[in-house]
Write a protein that binds this ligand. Structure first.
Ligand SMILES: [Zn+2]
Length: 323
């Protein structure tokens, strides 16, 4: 189990900027998945009985556990935030990724959503640390919970291939939140254009499967997802994208409660949209240190910093990603 670091006590920036700041200063603050370690921390979280309630999202059940120390008002605000986050995820995938998950919220001093971890053992659990002074605006800006919920879609894979898990969580989090209006399309593209270069190979890189650095894991994986999404949408005249491919994984019984190979995940996703784009892209990138032409990609999508150009050749694809 890896632990998450501390977020700044008083975030002064909107979530995407705060994320960039965190990425620069304390990469360990990023939400993570754990590899089957029993949750020893849970006993320490629960010095006393948690307040437990159940939230339904379509046909799924979220067991929401408030560790001792929540005020009634914080509990109400957190409940709304959980509901909003779960709805954004369910809207993207057409359902919530798993039939049941526990969500343990642990209060601590300060404000803001302070980090999350998703566990698979002994049962599916997302644990999030939450500042007692978190404001409504901070809840709306939060990306951590959606990121953790997206992890539930991808089956467990070998740790060396964690870039796929973190890449999907990083990429889909922005798309899912953008689609329900929690973040604007201009902000999403601006942040991707600024941050995605951190996923490019550096000296000594041996491809996505063999370079477990922070940049390659989170942004290299997100870059893989963006390239796949663009290619899928382009070839289908915007009818099918990564969304539909990942929905195919869920439809085939894949989720974080299962163990699959990366090849199986990608071929299942491809089959759902009648393509081999994800598998082909994986073959190209898994052992290769060749950089992606991001500058050319932004130009063809019509992304120029925070300005979006609708006359660009792939402007329709760009709009389809966030609408
Ligand atoms: Zn993660």
């Amino acid at each position: 189990m890896r632990s998450t670091g501390q977020a700044p006590t008083k975030p002064l920036l909107a979530a995407p900027d705060r994320r960039r700041l965190l990425a620069t200063l304390v990469p360990a603050a990023w939400p993570v998945i754990s590899w089957g370690a029993p949750l020893a921390a849970r006993a320490a979280d629960l010095r006393g009985e948690p307040a437990v309630e159940s939230i339904s999202v379509i046909r799924s059940r979220l067991e929401l556990q408030f560790a001792p120390g929540f005020s009634a008002s914080l509990q109400a605000a957190a409940r709304t935030w959980v509901r909003t986050s779960a709805d954004a995820v369910a809207r993207y995938f057409g359902r919530f990724p798993v039939p049941k998950v526990e969500l343990l919220l642990v209060p601590e001093d300060g404000s803001g959503v302070r980090g999350g971890v998703t566990y698979d053992n002994p049962s599916l659990l997302i644990r999030v640390r939450l500042g007692r002074e978190t404001t409504e605006a901070q809840f709306i800006d939060d990306w951590v919970l959606v990121h953790e919920m997206v992890h539930l879609v991808i089956p467990q894979i070998p740790r060396s291939q964690n870039w796929l898990h973190e890449g999907v969580a990083t990429y889909v989090e922005s798309v899912a939140r953008g689609r329900v209006g929690l973040v604007s399309p201009a902000t999403v593209w601006r942040v991707w254009a600024a941050d995605m270069p951190q996923g490019q190979p550096k000296a000594g890189d041996a491809g996505l499967d063999h370079t477990p650095t922070w940049g390659r894991t989170y942004w290299g994986g997100a870059m893989f997802c963006l390239m796949a999404d663009v290619e899928l949408l382009k070839r289908s005249s915007q009818r099918f994208g990564l969304q539909h491919a990942l929905q195919g994984v869920l439809a085939a019984g894949g989720n974080y409660g299962e163990s699959w190979s990366v090849d199986r995940i990608l071929s299942t996703a491809d089959a759902a949209v009648g393509q081999t784009i994800l598998t082909d892209l994986y073959r190209r990138m898994k052992d290769s240190s060749e950089p992606v032409d991001l500058v050319g990609l932004w130009r063809s999508l019509g992304v120029d910093g925070g300005t979006l150009n609708d006359d660009a050749p792939l402007a329709k694809v760009r709009r389809a990603i966030l609408s």
